[in-house]
Design a binder for this molecule. Sequence first.
Ligand SMILES: C[S@@+](CC[C@H](N)C(=O)[O-])C[C@H]1O[C@@H](n2cnc3c(N)ncnc32)[C@H](O)[C@@H]1O
Length: 271
Amino acid sequence: MTLSRNTIYEGDAFELLSRVPENSVDLIICDGPYGVTQNEWDRIPNIQEFNLNLIREFSTRLTEGGALYLFGKPDCIDFIDYRPFLNLRSKIVWYQPSRLAQGRLGYTNNYDIICYFIKGERPRVFNLDDIRVPQLVELEHRLRCERVPSVTNGTYGKTKFNENGKNPGDVWGDIKQLTYRSKELVSRDALNTIQKPERLIERLVLASSDPGDLVLDPFSGVGTCPVVCRMNSRDYIAFEINRDFIDAAEQRLNSISDIQMTLNLYDTSNT
Ligand SMILES: C[S@@+](CC[C@H](N)C(=O)[O-])C[C@H]1O[C@@H](n2cnc3c(N)ncnc32)[C@H](O)[C@@H]1O
């Protein structure tokens, strides 16, 4: 049976993946098990082997130049050889300074890793202008920098000061993890799963896909990626093993449809 776009399927991600045709997916957002929590689904004996199996499966499903973002802890791809399958371009550090847990015998881990892979040598899309973040330098400093030849004459404008903001780089401290007080939090349970902020997933989706592209989310939880896809005119196929999470995701998706319908009605009444 072929899978339909814009649907969340209930079941095991590996089984469902076998139904995804080769070279059919433009972007994969993989926020699956980390192998660190007490959740039943997160008890993975060897997270690196688990991730290597996923990378192998994903590589055949991606279109040429398609991207995979794989979430995990700092060691999530240590000592495995993913190179025959995909090309690792960046390890993005998602920095979370507000963690309460304080280690006593070592340094508290304050970040997750988002491994950015592509299939082949060149990304098919990288929409930098859609994900620029504010420049942190002050005006005076900027003016001083602009007189430096490497800044004024940067190749492809790479180092040149851009009024629209800068490349977010590979350490992201500007997007906070959700808390119990976050408006978008679906439930306290969802925080434990762990529900990701829409802004975080949106940055990945906007950078590595165009409207109409197909995004695969094999561990969709309460549906953050499908929600972001719908808000940004991308198609998605999502998998999730827990029926309650799928129900929560569908509720979120329905509420966006309601908002979009209201906006459309509003637009029509103004024309
Ligand atoms: C880190 S959470 C994803 C959270 C999601 N990004 C969000 O914002 O809601 C991982 C999800 O993977 C699901 N899961 C774990 N193992 C699975 C499997 N083998 N197949 C499908 N889903 C699975 C869990 O139920 C959990 O909801």
